[in-house]
Design a protein around this ligand. Structure first.
Ligand code: LER
Ligand code: MN
Length: 276
Protein backbone atom coordinates (compact mmCIF):
# COMPACT_ATOMS: atom_id res chain seq x y z
CA UNK A 1 0.00 0.00 0.00
CA UNK A 2 1.20 3.49 -0.87
CA UNK A 3 1.35 5.61 2.28
CA UNK A 4 4.02 8.26 1.97
CA UNK A 5 3.54 11.07 -0.48
CA UNK A 6 6.79 11.43 -2.37
CA UNK A 7 7.86 14.31 -4.57
CA UNK A 8 11.04 15.37 -6.31
CA UNK A 9 12.65 18.79 -6.49
CA UNK A 10 12.84 20.20 -9.99
CA UNK A 11 14.01 23.61 -11.14
CA UNK A 12 13.59 25.83 -14.20
CA UNK A 13 17.20 26.90 -13.97
CA UNK A 14 19.68 26.38 -11.17
CA UNK A 15 23.43 26.42 -10.54
CA UNK A 16 25.16 23.09 -11.26
CA UNK A 17 25.72 22.37 -7.56
CA UNK A 18 22.08 23.01 -6.62
CA UNK A 19 20.40 19.89 -5.20
CA UNK A 20 17.68 19.39 -7.80
CA UNK A 21 18.07 16.32 -9.99
CA UNK A 22 16.23 18.00 -12.88
CA UNK A 23 17.20 21.54 -13.79
CA UNK A 24 15.47 21.99 -17.16
CA UNK A 25 12.54 20.74 -19.26
CA UNK A 26 10.15 21.29 -16.39
CA UNK A 27 6.95 20.14 -18.06
CA UNK A 28 8.43 17.09 -19.76
CA UNK A 29 9.98 16.10 -16.44
CA UNK A 30 6.62 16.13 -14.70
CA UNK A 31 5.24 13.66 -17.25
CA UNK A 32 8.28 11.45 -16.84
CA UNK A 33 8.53 11.25 -13.07
CA UNK A 34 4.92 10.20 -12.58
CA UNK A 35 5.94 6.99 -14.39
CA UNK A 36 8.69 6.46 -11.82
CA UNK A 37 6.17 6.48 -8.96
CA UNK A 38 6.28 10.04 -7.65
CA UNK A 39 3.12 11.73 -6.41
CA UNK A 40 4.22 15.27 -7.02
CA UNK A 41 6.92 17.80 -7.62
CA UNK A 42 8.61 20.43 -5.60
CA UNK A 43 9.07 23.41 -7.86
CA UNK A 44 12.20 25.46 -7.19
CA UNK A 45 12.39 28.77 -8.99
CA UNK A 46 13.72 32.29 -8.77
CA UNK A 47 10.54 34.16 -9.42
CA UNK A 48 6.95 33.06 -10.06
CA UNK A 49 5.50 33.51 -13.51
CA UNK A 50 1.71 33.48 -13.71
CA UNK A 51 1.44 31.86 -17.16
CA UNK A 52 3.80 29.03 -16.18
CA UNK A 53 1.95 28.53 -12.90
CA UNK A 54 -1.34 28.18 -14.75
CA UNK A 55 0.22 25.81 -17.27
CA UNK A 56 1.62 23.67 -14.45
CA UNK A 57 -1.69 23.70 -12.60
CA UNK A 58 -3.43 22.34 -15.71
CA UNK A 59 -0.79 19.72 -16.38
CA UNK A 60 -0.71 18.48 -12.79
CA UNK A 61 -4.50 18.39 -12.58
CA UNK A 62 -4.68 16.33 -15.75
CA UNK A 63 -2.06 13.88 -14.46
CA UNK A 64 -3.28 13.71 -10.86
CA UNK A 65 0.05 15.10 -9.64
CA UNK A 66 0.61 17.68 -6.92
CA UNK A 67 2.98 20.60 -6.64
CA UNK A 68 3.47 20.00 -2.96
CA UNK A 69 5.98 22.74 -2.28
CA UNK A 70 7.63 25.81 -3.76
CA UNK A 71 11.37 26.16 -3.22
CA UNK A 72 12.44 29.79 -2.94
CA UNK A 73 16.20 29.54 -2.42
CA UNK A 74 16.95 30.76 -5.94
CA UNK A 75 15.72 34.24 -4.96
CA UNK A 76 18.57 34.29 -2.45
CA UNK A 77 21.13 32.67 -4.75
CA UNK A 78 20.48 34.85 -7.80
CA UNK A 79 19.02 38.03 -6.30
CA UNK A 80 20.49 38.07 -2.79
CA UNK A 81 17.05 38.55 -1.19
CA UNK A 82 16.96 37.54 2.49
CA UNK A 83 14.67 38.26 5.43
CA UNK A 84 17.51 39.46 7.66
CA UNK A 85 19.51 41.49 5.14
CA UNK A 86 21.22 44.64 6.40
CA UNK A 87 19.47 46.82 3.87
CA UNK A 88 15.77 47.43 4.66
CA UNK A 89 15.03 47.75 0.93
CA UNK A 90 16.42 44.28 0.29
CA UNK A 91 14.42 42.87 3.21
CA UNK A 92 11.36 44.47 1.68
CA UNK A 93 12.17 42.89 -1.68
CA UNK A 94 12.51 39.51 0.04
CA UNK A 95 9.08 39.96 1.62
CA UNK A 96 7.54 41.00 -1.72
CA UNK A 97 9.09 38.03 -3.54
CA UNK A 98 7.82 35.66 -0.85
CA UNK A 99 4.34 37.13 -1.22
CA UNK A 100 4.55 36.33 -4.94
CA UNK A 101 5.51 32.78 -4.00
CA UNK A 102 2.53 32.66 -1.62
CA UNK A 103 0.21 33.68 -4.48
CA UNK A 104 1.71 30.94 -6.64
CA UNK A 105 1.31 28.43 -3.82
CA UNK A 106 -2.31 29.47 -3.33
CA UNK A 107 -3.00 28.67 -6.99
CA UNK A 108 -1.22 25.33 -6.88
CA UNK A 109 -2.18 24.19 -3.36
CA UNK A 110 1.45 24.17 -2.25
CA UNK A 111 3.51 24.93 0.82
CA UNK A 112 6.10 27.73 0.63
CA UNK A 113 9.61 26.83 1.78
CA UNK A 114 11.82 29.43 3.41
CA UNK A 115 15.36 28.09 3.49
CA UNK A 116 18.23 30.25 2.29
CA UNK A 117 15.91 33.28 2.12
CA UNK A 118 15.98 33.41 5.89
CA UNK A 119 19.53 34.75 5.59
CA UNK A 120 22.43 34.86 8.01
CA UNK A 121 23.88 37.07 10.71
CA UNK A 122 26.89 38.89 9.20
CA UNK A 123 30.30 38.58 10.88
CA UNK A 124 30.36 40.81 13.95
CA UNK A 125 26.66 41.63 13.55
CA UNK A 126 24.51 42.09 16.64
CA UNK A 127 22.48 38.90 16.89
CA UNK A 128 19.37 40.47 18.44
CA UNK A 129 19.18 43.07 15.67
CA UNK A 130 19.26 40.46 12.93
CA UNK A 131 16.85 38.15 14.67
CA UNK A 132 14.47 41.10 14.94
CA UNK A 133 14.85 41.79 11.19
CA UNK A 134 14.07 38.15 10.50
CA UNK A 135 11.00 38.06 12.72
CA UNK A 136 9.60 41.36 11.44
CA UNK A 137 10.01 40.36 7.78
CA UNK A 138 8.67 36.91 8.45
CA UNK A 139 5.55 38.27 10.16
CA UNK A 140 4.71 40.31 7.07
CA UNK A 141 4.96 37.15 4.97
CA UNK A 142 3.01 35.02 7.43
CA UNK A 143 0.16 37.52 7.78
CA UNK A 144 -0.16 37.50 4.01
CA UNK A 145 0.09 33.70 3.80
CA UNK A 146 -2.48 33.36 6.59
CA UNK A 147 -4.97 35.38 4.54
CA UNK A 148 -4.63 32.82 1.75
CA UNK A 149 -4.34 29.77 4.02
CA UNK A 150 -0.95 28.92 2.51
CA UNK A 151 1.33 26.85 4.78
CA UNK A 152 4.91 28.07 5.21
CA UNK A 153 7.83 25.95 6.41
CA UNK A 154 11.26 27.04 7.57
CA UNK A 155 14.10 24.75 6.65
CA UNK A 156 16.83 23.83 9.11
CA UNK A 157 20.13 24.37 7.23
CA UNK A 158 23.60 23.31 8.29
CA UNK A 159 26.31 25.65 9.59
CA UNK A 160 28.03 25.98 6.20
CA UNK A 161 24.92 27.63 4.75
CA UNK A 162 23.74 29.82 7.62
CA UNK A 163 24.63 30.67 11.21
CA UNK A 164 21.05 31.02 12.44
CA UNK A 165 18.80 28.08 13.41
CA UNK A 166 20.98 25.09 12.49
CA UNK A 167 19.27 22.42 14.56
CA UNK A 168 15.77 21.02 14.63
CA UNK A 169 15.45 21.95 18.29
CA UNK A 170 16.37 25.60 17.62
CA UNK A 171 13.93 25.79 14.73
CA UNK A 172 11.19 24.14 16.79
CA UNK A 173 11.61 26.77 19.46
CA UNK A 174 11.63 29.60 16.90
CA UNK A 175 8.52 28.34 15.12
CA UNK A 176 6.66 27.69 18.38
CA UNK A 177 7.47 31.20 19.65
CA UNK A 178 6.33 32.76 16.37
CA UNK A 179 2.91 31.29 17.14
CA UNK A 180 1.46 30.97 13.63
CA UNK A 181 -0.43 27.73 13.07
CA UNK A 182 0.51 27.79 9.38
CA UNK A 183 4.26 27.96 10.14
CA UNK A 184 6.07 24.67 10.60
CA UNK A 185 9.52 23.15 10.72
CA UNK A 186 11.15 21.74 7.61
CA UNK A 187 13.94 19.18 7.97
CA UNK A 188 16.43 17.90 5.41
CA UNK A 189 18.35 14.69 6.11
CA UNK A 190 21.49 16.07 4.42
CA UNK A 191 21.62 19.00 6.85
CA UNK A 192 20.58 16.82 9.80
CA UNK A 193 23.42 14.44 9.12
CA UNK A 194 25.81 17.33 9.82
CA UNK A 195 24.05 18.95 12.79
CA UNK A 196 21.91 16.43 14.67
CA UNK A 197 23.30 14.04 17.27
CA UNK A 198 20.52 11.53 16.59
CA UNK A 199 18.19 12.01 13.64
CA UNK A 200 15.55 9.62 14.98
CA UNK A 201 15.36 11.47 18.32
CA UNK A 202 15.24 14.89 16.67
CA UNK A 203 12.26 13.87 14.55
CA UNK A 204 10.45 12.31 17.50
CA UNK A 205 10.95 15.51 19.52
CA UNK A 206 9.77 17.76 16.68
CA UNK A 207 6.43 15.90 16.68
CA UNK A 208 3.56 17.92 15.31
CA UNK A 209 5.62 21.04 14.52
CA UNK A 210 7.13 19.12 11.59
CA UNK A 211 5.73 20.36 8.29
CA UNK A 212 8.05 19.19 5.53
CA UNK A 213 10.90 16.76 4.90
CA UNK A 214 13.71 16.63 2.32
CA UNK A 215 15.54 13.40 1.63
CA UNK A 216 19.12 13.33 0.39
CA UNK A 217 21.82 10.97 1.52
CA UNK A 218 25.00 11.87 3.46
CA UNK A 219 26.82 12.69 0.19
CA UNK A 220 23.79 14.62 -1.08
CA UNK A 221 23.12 12.01 -3.72
CA UNK A 222 19.86 10.07 -3.88
CA UNK A 223 18.62 8.29 -0.73
CA UNK A 224 20.39 4.94 -0.70
CA UNK A 225 23.64 6.33 -2.16
CA UNK A 226 25.25 7.15 1.20
CA UNK A 227 25.24 6.10 4.83
CA UNK A 228 22.16 7.76 6.36
CA UNK A 229 19.92 5.27 8.17
CA UNK A 230 16.69 6.07 6.32
CA UNK A 231 14.93 3.19 7.96
CA UNK A 232 15.23 4.84 11.36
CA UNK A 233 14.31 8.24 9.87
CA UNK A 234 11.17 6.76 8.35
CA UNK A 235 10.36 4.88 11.51
CA UNK A 236 10.47 8.19 13.39
CA UNK A 237 8.18 9.81 10.79
CA UNK A 238 5.77 6.94 11.19
CA UNK A 239 5.86 7.18 14.98
CA UNK A 240 5.00 10.89 15.00
CA UNK A 241 2.27 10.11 12.45
CA UNK A 242 3.78 12.53 9.92
CA UNK A 243 1.20 13.23 7.24
CA UNK A 244 3.25 15.50 5.02
CA UNK A 245 5.46 14.97 2.01
CA UNK A 246 8.90 13.54 1.49
CA UNK A 247 10.68 15.63 -1.12
CA UNK A 248 13.66 14.02 -2.83
CA UNK A 249 16.15 16.87 -3.10
CA UNK A 250 19.59 15.80 -4.19
CA UNK A 251 22.34 16.10 -6.76
CA UNK A 252 22.84 13.81 -9.73
CA UNK A 253 25.26 10.94 -9.21
CA UNK A 254 24.86 8.69 -12.26
CA UNK A 255 22.15 10.28 -14.38
CA UNK A 256 18.92 12.07 -13.61
CA UNK A 257 16.47 9.33 -14.58
CA UNK A 258 18.42 6.49 -12.97
CA UNK A 259 18.88 8.43 -9.75
CA UNK A 260 15.29 9.59 -9.44
CA UNK A 261 14.04 6.05 -10.06
CA UNK A 262 16.43 4.65 -7.46
CA UNK A 263 15.35 7.27 -4.92
CA UNK A 264 11.66 6.48 -5.09
CA UNK A 265 12.23 2.71 -5.22
CA UNK A 266 14.47 2.90 -2.16
CA UNK A 267 11.94 4.92 -0.16
CA UNK A 268 9.05 2.67 -1.17
CA UNK A 269 11.00 -0.45 -0.18
CA UNK A 270 11.62 0.88 3.33
CA UNK A 271 8.01 1.97 3.52
CA UNK A 272 6.75 -1.50 2.67
CA UNK A 273 8.99 -2.99 5.37
CA UNK A 274 7.72 -0.53 7.98
CA UNK A 275 4.06 -0.64 7.09
CA UNK A 276 3.48 -4.27 6.24
C1 LER B 1 17.24 23.70 0.01
O1 LER B 1 16.14 22.90 0.30
C2 LER B 1 18.42 23.25 0.74
O2 LER B 1 18.43 22.23 1.37
C3 LER B 1 19.61 24.12 0.71
O3 LER B 1 20.72 23.41 1.14
C4 LER B 1 19.87 24.71 -0.65
O4 LER B 1 20.84 25.69 -0.49
MN1 MN C 1 16.63 20.96 1.49
Amino acid sequence: VKKMKISIAIANEAPAAYPAIYKKDLFETVRKIIEFGYDGIEWHLRRPCISETVKMEKLCNSLGMAVNAIGTGMACLYDGFTLMHDDPEVRQKAVERLKEFVDMAATLGSTVIIGSMKGKIPPGGDRDTYVRYCIDSLKAVLDYAGGKAVPVVMEVLNRYETNFLNTVEQMDEFVTKAGYTLLKVHIDTFHMNIEEADMYESIIKSGNTLGHVHFADSNRYHPGAGHIDFKSVMRALKEINYQGWIGVECMVRDNADTDSRKAVEFIRSIESELYC
